[in-house]
Design a protein around this ligand. Structure first.
Ligand SMILES: C[S@@+](CC[C@H](N)C(=O)[O-])C[C@H]1O[C@@H](n2cnc3c(N)ncnc32)[C@H](O)[C@@H]1O
Length: 235
């Protein structure tokens, strides 16, 4: 086991990094419930799918949504990003969490990583883990897993077009798939709603290229904000 994964080392690193992030976040947005963020972050201490600024930004975007907001996430994996979003939501808000839950991706680098991960877990799906994480944090009511390929799910949820307050896309990271996700999912966001993407400007250069092309084509009304590799737009 790598030194950084030893439980004591991991806990010290978590306390330092999360503490540093929260000191800044509480100053910037003192109106948000950062104790709730910390509760979720503690639950996902071993998660490495996103940084604290990225998790914090999702929590902030969700906290700024109206009560009862409609949310879609494409690419939920074990539910960490989904739970940070759920933690910020109010009232009867719901997240449709779209994922094949099998790491089936056309992005070669990702597919190899998922294969290794599933082998070491001895499982063929992350759905059960996703559901357990939601239940453990008391968010079960907020999640509606949609076990499906992204584009098939867009057809299945067609009735929600033009009604969604917030969409977070973090699914297949190939250029073609990200482009198809933008085209399929952006019509779901209502006017004034927000669409955000993970991995803009990261090693996943197909994601960056697809988003950049859509910025140039005028698909988004304005940039709402950026946190590490998350970029959010208003539609
Ligand atoms: C990077 S992970 C998501 C991580 C998660 N958003 C987080 O931050 O905790 C990407 C997920 O997208 C899913 N995925 C990849 N391609 C997909 C597709 N075409 N349709 C549905 N899900 C897909 C994978 O199964 C994987 O769970």
């Amino acid at each position: 086991m790598a030194f950084k994964h030893w439980p004591l080392v991991r806990d010290v690193r978590f306390a330092q990094k999360c503490g540093r992030f929260l000191r800044g976040a509480r100053k910037r947005r003192g109106d948000l419930n950062w104790d709730e963020f910390l509760r979720i972050a503690r639950h996902f201490k071993t998660d490495d799918m996103g940084s604290f600024p990225e998790r914090g930004y999702l929590f902030q975007l969700a906290s700024d949504l109206p009560a009862g907001a409609k949310v879609i996430e494409v690419g939920s994996w074990m539910g960490a990003s989904t739970c940070f979003i759920a933690g910020g939501l109010k009232g009867a808000a719901k997240i449709h969490a779209v994922d094949n839950f099998q790491g089936l991706s056309t992005c070669g680098e990702d597919a190899a990583w998922y294969n290794r991960h599933f082998q070491s877990m001895g499982k063929a799906s992350t759905l059960e883990i996703f559901q357990r994480n939601f239940a453990d944090l008391g968010f079960a009511e907020r999640a509606e897993p949609v076990v499906s390929d992204s584009l098939a799910a867009a057809k299945q949820l067609e009735k929600m077009k033009g009604t969604v307050d917030f969409i977070f896309i973090d699914g297949d990271h190939s250029y073609e798939a990200c482009k198809a996700d933008i085209l399929a999912w952006s019509p779901f966001v209502k006017r004034g709603g927000v669409i955000a993407f993970h991995d803009f400007g990261s090693r996943a250069d197909g994601v960056t290229r697809a988003i950049f092309e859509e910025i140039k084509a005028g698909r988004f009304a304005e940039i709402v904000g950026v946190a590490n590799t998350i970029i959010a737009f208003r539609m």
